[in-house]
Design a protein. Structure first.
Lengths: 480, 325
C-alpha cells in the first residue's frame, strides 16, 4: 500500500517543475545555449553522471509504502479457523513505512550485528565472553552473525573478498558494456552514422558532447556500485555502528536526506524570492521599501540562530502535540520539511536582492518601456518581459546553493538542530561517530563513510555549479 | 559624515524592532509559556502548579502584551513583551533559564571568542590573498587549473571533517598541542593554535576562490592594459595596480564580518572546549535555554547591522568614487 509523505509529494512536484522547465528551456535559445555549453564541458558531464546516480538512489528512497505482511504459515492457521477467511480476503499491511530502496536493500537492513564491527570484519570489534565447545568461557572477539558468516575458515577472507570483488567488477563491466552499446547505437542512429564510426569518434574524443568522459565516469560508477553490491551481500563493507546497523546502508539512506535538503529548500523559497524580488525592482517606491525592509530584517538574524530558535520551537510543539503524528517516520518527515522551510527563509534574501537589482535594470529597458506604453498590464509585462530575463539568475542560484545546503545539513544535525535524530543523515552519522573517536583503537568507519558519500556529492555539485555559472554569466562568457 | 552615520543608525532601528517582533512571535506566540514550561520540566503529566511555579521563577507568569490588572503604565510594562523583548534594546538580557545573568556571561565569554576569531580571520586573509595572487601570476597554466581543482575540493569538505581531522592529526597523532580546553592569559596561547589552524584551513577554499575571481575581474581592466603598455613589469602591475584595486571588495567584505567575530565560531568553540560565545550558544541550544538563544539572536542582529553600516562607511573611505548620499 503506497504512502506519500509530504516531502515525497514535494519531490514529485520538484521533478514536475524541473521537467516543465527543461521543456521551456529547450525551446528558448537564451537558456538552451548555456545548457548546451554545460553539456560540452567534460567536467560538467562527469559531475552530472555522478549526480544522476545520487538522484536515482534518492528517488528510489522516496517511493514509500506499507509492506504487505506475509500471511501466517498454514500450520498456525489451522488453530484459528475463524480467522482464516478474513486473513485471506483482506491483505494486512504493516504499520511500518519503508521505501523501494529499503526493499531493495532489505538484506543490508536486516543483517544487524550486535555492535561495532570494522569494514570487512568477520569478528566483532569488542571482546566478549565466548562459550567454548567444552563449556569453558574465554574472552575474545566473537564471529559476526552475518558478516563473513559463510566462511568456514577465517583465513580465506582475503581471497574471498578478492574473488567477489573481481566478480562484481566483471558484472559491472558487463552492465557498462551494455549501456555503452545502447548509447553508441542510439547516437549512430540519430546521426545516421555506422556503429563503428560513431564508436571510434567517441573514443577519439571527437564528439562535441564529451561522450568519452561520460562513458569513463559511468564505468567508474557502475563498477564501484557492482563491486559494492557483490561484497555487501556477504560482508559489512563499511562496518557496523554501535547498534550493529550496517554503515553502508545508513550512507545510502542518507542520500535522500541530503538531496531533499539541497533541493526542496530552494523549491520552498523560490516563489517568495522570485515574486518579491521582481516586485521590489519593478514597482520601486513604497513596495520596494517594504520588501527591502523585510529581507534586511530577516537576513540580519544570524542564520544558525534563527534555525535554532525555530527548531527549538518545533520541538516544543511536537512534544506537546505528540498525538498528532501517526508514526515516527511521519514526524521525522515533517521535521525535515520544516527544516527545509526555515533554511529557505534564511537563504531567500540573497536571491531576492539579486532579482531586485536585475529587475530594476530591466524596468528601464526599451522593450519594457515600449510594452508599457502600448498599454500592456503590469502583470503581463512582468510575466512576458521581466521573468524570462531573470530566469538565468534563478537557475545559477539554485545550482550554487545546493552544495552549501548539503553541507549545512551536516553542521545543523551535529548541533542537534538538524533533521530528526531517528532519520538517516550524514550529519547524524558524524554526530554519533564523534563520540566513538575517543575509543582506542578508533572507530573511524562511520566518519569515513559519511565523508566519502558527502564529499562525492558536494564535489560533483560544486564542479557542476562552476560550469553552469560560467555558461550563464554573460560577463565571464565575454572574457574567455 | 556624522549626519550620514546618524541617519544609518536611525534606519537600523526599525530593523531591530522587526527582529525583536520576530523573536517574540517565535518564542512566545507559537508556543505559549505553558508549553515551554512543560518542555523544560520534561514530564508529560506535570501538574499545573509545577508549571505555574516554573513560570513565576523565570518571569513568564505575566500576560503577553497587555496587563489589565496593573494600573497606569504598568499595564504595558508588566508584560512579557516589555520584560523579555523590549529590554533587549537596552542590552538588558535578563536571567537565563538556569538563573545566570546573561549579560555578565556574554561580557565574559566574548574575549575567548575574539581570541580565536580574530587570528583566524587575519591569518586566513593573508594566506588567501597571497595564494590568490600566486594563482593570478600563473593564470591559464596547469598551476592555475590544479589550484582551482584543489580549492573546489577543499570547499567540498564539510567543516566538521576539518575539525575532527585536525584534532586527530595535530593533537592525537603528533601531540603538538592540547586537544581541547582553555586557560587565562598567555597560557591560552597553546590552546588557541589548534582551533585557529583548523579555522584557517577550513576557510581557505572558498575565500581564495572568491579572491581569485576578484583579481581576474581586475586584470582585464583598461588601467592594467595601460600599465602594461607603459612597460611596467608583471610584478609591479600585480602588486601596485591589481592588488590595490582588488583589495576594495576584499576589505569591505572583511569589515562586514568584523563585528560578528564577537559571536565566535559555533562548532569550533564547542568542539575544542573554548568558553566563548559560540559554545555558549551551542550549549544553550542543547539545554533548550530559550532566554539565551533569544539574547544571542538579538545580539547577532545588532552586530550584523553594525557590520552593514561599517561596510558602507569603509566603501567611502577606500574608494573615492563612492559618495555618501
Amino acid at each position: 500500500m503506497p504512502v506519500i509523505l509530504i516531502t515525497d509529494a514535494l519531490i514529485f512536484l520538484l521533478i514536475a517543475v524541473a521537467i516543465a522547465f527543461g521543456l521551456y528551456a529547450a525551446r528558448h535559445e537564451h537558456l538552451r545555449g548555456p545548457w548546451r555549453q554545460v553539456g560540452r564541458s567534460p567536467v560538467g558531464v562527469a559531475a552530472l553522471v555522478v549526480i544522476v546516480f545520487y538522484v536515482g538512489i534518492g528517488l528510489l528512497d522516496s517511493l514509500h509504502f506499507h509492506p504487505l505482511i506475509e500471511p501466517m504459515a498454514p500450520a498456525d492457521l489451522t488453530d484459528q479457523r475463524t480467522d482464516q477467511r478474513t486473513d485471506q480476503q483482506a491483505p494486512t499491511y504493516s504499520t511500518q513505512v519503508i521505501s523501494v530502496l529499503d526493499r531493495w536493500l532489505s538484506g543490508l537492513r536486516e543483517r544487524q550485528e550486535k555492535t561495532f564491527s570494522a569494514p570487512f570484519a568477520i569478528q566483532l570489534f569488542v571482546k566478549e565472553a565466548i562459550e567454548q565447545p567444552d563449556g569453558s568461557l574465554i574472552r575474545g572477539y566473537p564471529r559476526l552473525e552475518y558478516g563473513g558468516a559463510h566462511l568456514a575458515d577465517p583465513a580465506q577472507r582475503d581471497l574471498d573478498i578478492l574473488l567477489r570483488g573481481l566478480f562484481g567488477m566483471v558484472k559491472g563491466l558487463i552492465a557498462w558494456t551494455a549501456v555503452m552499446t545502447i548509447l553508441i547505437a542510439l547516437r549512430a542512429w540519430h546521426r545516421q552514422q555506422s556503429f563503428n564510426d560513431s564508436a571510434s569518434r567517441i573514443w577519439r574524443g571527437e564528439t562535441k558532447t564529451p561522450w568519452r568522459t561520460v562513458l569513463i565516469t559511468l564505468a567508474l560508477m557502475l563498477v564501484l556500485s557492482f563491486v559494492a553490491a557483490e561484497l555487501a551481500a556477504k560482508y559489512h563493507i563499511l562496518g557496523t555502528d554501535k547498534v550493529g546497523e550496517d554503515v553502508f546502508y545508513q550512507s545510502l539512506k542518507s542520500i535522500r536526506t541530503g538531496l531533499v535538503i539541497g533541493t526542496l529548500t530552494t523549491l520552498v523559497m523560490l516563489p517568495a524570492a522570485v515574486i518579491l524580488g521582481i516586485m521590489a525592482g519593478y514597482f520601486g517606491g513604497r513596495t520596494d521599501d517594504v520588501i527591502q525592509y523585510l529581507y534586511t530584517t530577516l537576513s540580519s538574524i544570524p542564520g544558525v540562530l534563527l534555525i535554532a530558535a525555530a527548531i527549538l520551537m518545533l520541538q516544543v510543539y511536537m512534544t506537546n502535540h505528540a498525538d498528532q503524528f501517526q508514526s515516527l517516520v511521519e514526524r521525522a518527515d515533517l521535521r525535515l520539511l520544516f527544516l527545509c522551510i526555515i533554511l529557505g527563509v534564511t537563504s531567500w534574501t540573497g536571491l531576492c536582492r539579486l532579482l531586485r537589482g536585475e529587475s530594476l535594470k530591466l524596468r528601464e529597458a526599451d522593450y519594457v518601456q515600449a510594452a508599457r506604453s502600448l498599454g500592456v498590464r503590469h502583470s503581463t509585462a512582468i510575466a512576458r518581459h521581466i521573468l524570462p530575463n531573470v530566469l538565468h539568475i534563478v537557475m545559477i542560484t539554485v545550482v550554487l546553493d545546493f552544495s552549501g545546503l548539503v553541507l549545512a545539513e551536516a553542521v545543523l544535525s551535529y548541533v542537534n538542530i538538524g533533521v530528526d535524530p531517528t532519520m538517516n543523515s550524514w550529519g547524524n552519522m558524524i554526530n554519533s561517530a564523534r563520540l566513538e573517536l575517543a575509543r582506542d583503537p578508533m572507530v573511524w568507519w562511520s566518519l569515513a563513510a559519511a565523508f566519502v558519500f558527502m564529499f562525492t556529492l558536494v564535489l560533483a555539485a560544486n564542479l557542476l555549479a562552476d560550469v553552469v555559472r560560467d555558461a550563464f554569466d554573460p560577463r565571464l562568457r565575454g572574457a574567455s | 559624515m556624522s549626519a550620514y552615520i546618524l541617519r544609518r543608525l536611525l534606519y537600523a532601528l526599525p530593523i531591530l524592532i522587526g527582529v525583536n517582533l520576530i523573536t517574540f512571535v517565535l518564542f512566545f506566540v507559537v508556543n505559549s509559556p505553558d508549553d515551554m514550561a512543560r518542555m523544560q520540566l520534561g514530564d508529560k503529566r506535570v501538574t499545573q502548579e509545577a508549571i505555574d511555579t516554573w513560570k513565576a521563577e523565570h518571569g513568564y507568569d505575566k500576560p503577553l502584551l497587555y496587563n489589565a490588572e496593573a494600573g497606569g503604565l504598568g499595564a504595558l510594562t508588566e508584560t512579557i513583551f516589555f520584560e523579555k523583548s523590549l529590554k533587549l534594546f537596552a542590552f538588558d538580557f535578563g536571567q537565563s533559564d538556569s538563573g545566570r545573568n546573561i549579560g555578565y556571561d556574554i561580557r565574559q565569554r566574548m574575549w575567548p571568542s575574539l581570541a580565536i576569531a580574530l587570528p583566524t580571520l587575519l591569518v586566513g586573509l593573508a594566506i588567501a590573498i597571497s595564494y590568490a595572487l600566486m594563482i593570478l601570476f600563473f593564470r591559464a597554466t596547469y598551476i592555475d587549473f590544479g589550484s582551482v581543482v584543489l580549492l573546489v575540493a577543499m570547499m567540498s569538505i564539510s567543516g566538521l571533517f576539518y575539525i575532527i581531522g585536525g584534532q586527530f592529526l595535530i593533537g592525537k597523532l603528533f601531540h603538538l598541542v592540547p586537544i581541547s580546553g582553555y586557560d587565562r592569559g598567555l597560557e591560552a596561547l597553546k590552546f588557541l593554535i589548534l582551533p585557529v589552524v583548523v579555522g584557517v584551513v577550513a576557510g581557505i577554499g572558498s575565500s581564495t576562490r572568491l579572491y581569485r575571481t576578484f583579481f581576474l575581474e581586475e586584470i582585464n581592466r583598461d588601467y592594467v592594459r595601460t600599465a602594461r603598455a607603459k612597460g611596467l613589469r608583471e610584478r609591479a602591475v600585480l602588486f601596485r595596480h591589481v592588488l590595490r584595486n582588488a583589495l576594495i571588495p576584499i576589505l569591505t567584505g572583511v569589515v562586514a564580518v568584523l563585528p560578528l567575530l564577537f559571536m565566535g565560531a559555533l562548532i569550533i568553540e564547542s568542539f575544542f572546549g573554548v568558553p566563548g560565545l559560540g559554545s555558549y550558544t551551542i550549549d544553550a541550544i542543547n539545554r533548550q535555554d530559550f532566554s539565551i538563544v533569544r539574547a544571542m539572536v538579538f545580539l547577532g542582529s545588532v552586530l550584523y547591522i553594525i557590520g552593514l553600516i561599517m561596510t558602507d562607511i569603509s566603501y567611502t573611505l577606500v574608494d573615492p568614487r563612492v559618495r555618501l548620499s
